[in-house]
Design a protein around this ligand. Structure first.
Ligand code: ADP
Length: 288
């Protein structure tokens, strides 16, 4: 705001000065050039300032989200352990407590892995293992994990394998699994319950292997379709902000895609209209 006011004042002063002294052409010309330089500096300064403020806000909300995601499951596990220690419980109840604690420790592990993976994705130094992997297998595994974790029937999360030959990619299995799982996890997280999510694998004519995850959930406003892949970015709409998250998932997806020579992008008709995320990867060269 201050930057905009300064620019407005500078423009007014300079234009009136030019009108009053129009005869002193040469001086006016140089004055005008310096004036432009000052304005450009002010505009750049304002842009950087606004960016920095936004980044700080995102860092704050990321730290809040991670703290919450670390504290909540630990507190829950602790409470169940204390109950188990203090009281004699029937076998059925004990089994239920164990199940909840396992679910909480999974959640904890997922958050820790996301943070570590995002750190590794940010540093260009790390080289990862490369192996020939079947993308259908990876997608199948991720779908199975998500179905178990969210207790979903096959119709809520379906897998469609439309490949004509075995879709082999050259890459790091753990990283590719994390990327595909993040897309499925988001599709479920940002949908009403029960979700309607479709995971499709294709080998397109353009020599690309594609994993496409479509949901009918919260959708994404057009301005945010690119921004959501930035680290810590979360759509400031109500549905997204009510859902737990750190803003790291899609950053990891994009980093993994790029590292494997592919790309990731999102499509959505807008808020409330569902979304489609595509992960494109180059097929592995045939072995001779
Ligand atoms: P997180 O889900 O932890 O917030 P992500 O990086 O995975 O972080 O996603 C960034 C943001 O993109 C989310 O906060 C959400 O606003 C939006 N988003 C991601 N996937 C979807 C989806 N399937 N439907 C609607 N919005 C989504």
């Amino acid at each position: 705001m201050l930057g905009i006011c300064l620019v407005a004042i500078a423009v007014t002063l300079n234009v009136s000065w030019l009108i009053l002294n129009w005869r002193e052409g040469v001086l006016a010309f140089f004055g005008f050039i310096f004036f432009l330089l000052i304005i450009a500096g002010l505009v750049l300064n304002t842009i950087f300032l606004v960016r920095e403020i936004r980044r700080n806000e995102q860092h704050d909300s990321f730290i809040n989200a991670v703290t919450h995601e670390l504290k909540t499951p630990v507190a829950s596990i602790r409470l169940y352990l204390q109950t188990l220690q203090a009281r004699e419980l029937p076998d059925e109840k004990r089994q239920e407590f164990y199940r909840i604690m396992l679910h909480d420790s999974d959640r904890l592990l997922h958050t820790i892995e996301q943070v570590l993976r995002a750190g590794a994705a940010g540093s260009r130094l790390r080289r990862s293992a490369r192996a020939r992997l079947d993308l259908s297998e990876i997608a199948r595994e991720c779908v199975e994990i998500a179905r178990t974790r969210y207790h979903l029937p096959a119709e809520s999360l379906c897998l469609v394998d439309a490949t004509r030959s075995q879709p082999i990619v050259l890459g790091d299995g753990e990283e590719l699994k994390a990327a595909v799982y993040n897309l499925i996890d988001n599709a479920i997280k940002y949908s009403e319950s029960p979700p309607d999510v479709r995971v499709e694998i294709q080998d397109t004519d353009t020599q690309k292997l594609v994993v496409r995850v479509t949901d009918h959930g919260a959708g994404i406003p057009p301005v945010d379709l690119k921004r959501i892949f930035k680290r810590f970015y979360r759509v400031p709409a109500s549905v997204a902000m009510r859902t737990k998250g750190t803003g790291l998932g899609l950053f990891i997806v994009r980093s993994v895609a790029r590292k494997h020579g592919g790309r990731a992008f999102a499509e959505s008709a807008g808020t409330g209209k569902g979304s489609t995320f595509t992960l494109q990867l180059p097929p592995a060269p045939p072995t001779s």
